[in-house]
Design a protein around this ligand. Sequence first.
Ligand code: IFM
Length: 466
Amino acid sequence: MTALDARPDTTQALRFPAGFRWGTATAAYQIEGAAAEDGRTPSIWDTFSRIPGKVRNGDTGDIAADHYHRTSEDIALMRRLGVTDYRFSIAWPRVQPTGRGPAVQKGLDFYRRLVDELLASGIRPVATLYHWDLPQELEDAGGWPQRETAQRFAEYAGIMAGALGDRVATWTTLNEPWCAAFLGYGNGVHAPGRTSPLASLRAAHHFNLAHGWAVRELRSRLPARCEVSLTLNLHAVRPLSDSAADVDAARRIDAVGNRIFLDPVFHGRLPEDLVRDTAPVTDWSFVRDGDLEAASAPMDSLGINYYSPTVVAAGSSPAPSPWAGAEEHVRFLPAPGPRTAMDWPVDAEGLYELLTRLRDDLPSVPLVITENGAAYDDYADPSGAVKDPERVAYLHAHLAAVHRAIEAGADVRGYFLWSLLDNFEWAYGYSKRFGIVHVDFATQRRTFKDSAHWYADVIARGGLRS
Ligand code: IFM
């Protein structure tokens, strides 16, 4: 190799636009622990994780990554990474234990301390109000299939805006309502573990309504400079072939996976084909006059969580499935290629497809990748290093896809890597590690994985080396 060859090839560097936000993301139940401290009461995940067989190894979020007691240590990790933003969620049962009535001061204080320390570290807090931890009392009263839960959520949003509105500039109402509605109430692999297609569709509608009412509440209490958003795990759906039957299978999944949220919140309407497809389950009479208008309260951006694409064909999939009847007409197929420890295919093209679709469908809506990352079976080697080359390759490919989408005109403003820490991966418990920081759950020791060093370099350069 000559000296010339050894010089960095800056012509190949993929720089992101000035002002691009670089973050990491977490969620309350997955990292906080302190499940019964300072007035916090059980959420549906505390209850569900105690049902034998629901969570691998019987794991619970009781201690998780003990972030409640290690907040400063975790913020120091973020400073080391150099992130500009941190996306966290607020545990509803920590601040309003029964889901009704006045807030608990100690719960509010925890989030106030977290936010103040982030701001003092020059890191912008991005708060999500709901990442799946519904107060158990509200589930006992009917949960998300009941309209009243949406009212309770708007009230809680108002409490949080009053408590933190002077210091949190970006607010996300819900994280991945598809999972909460369809995995929680459709096939029951998530809390609260119900298995009713009708309940899942009712829940989806009440999530849209809760979002819209919360946006109204937030706007009325937050300073005008604050931004309000929603995070969806949109499905990058691909038909197996271009046969009419396979294309129709993809349309069905797009309707019940994507447009069930996109159409109400951006266009104030329900997709006609969704209503037709789900006629055997419901006539949607639980949607009242004015609901769709309320759901479409204007937002400032859309958050997108992307992990892998979905390939479908005409046919049918074996039950139980979360798809509210669509599975009778749709066969789900494994996408080709390498897979993560979740057995999810690694396919960065799906992210490009999604972003360019949104560029076309919602041209005036700024986009933020609020989650992207991968689980691998990481471990600290005898020297203390955690080598995770597959994660680095995954992240590199997905950031390159984001860069390409931006060049193709997608208005992507930021990227939040999932996740800062290894954490409680829902029904998989602690068996799946998504963090770029390794957590030894026996000692709570945190160790930068190679991917964390890599991400720090990306942030410092404002992009990829190539
Ligand atoms: O861990 C979850 C997160 O809570 C929501 N989005 C997907 C992640 C990986 O499964």
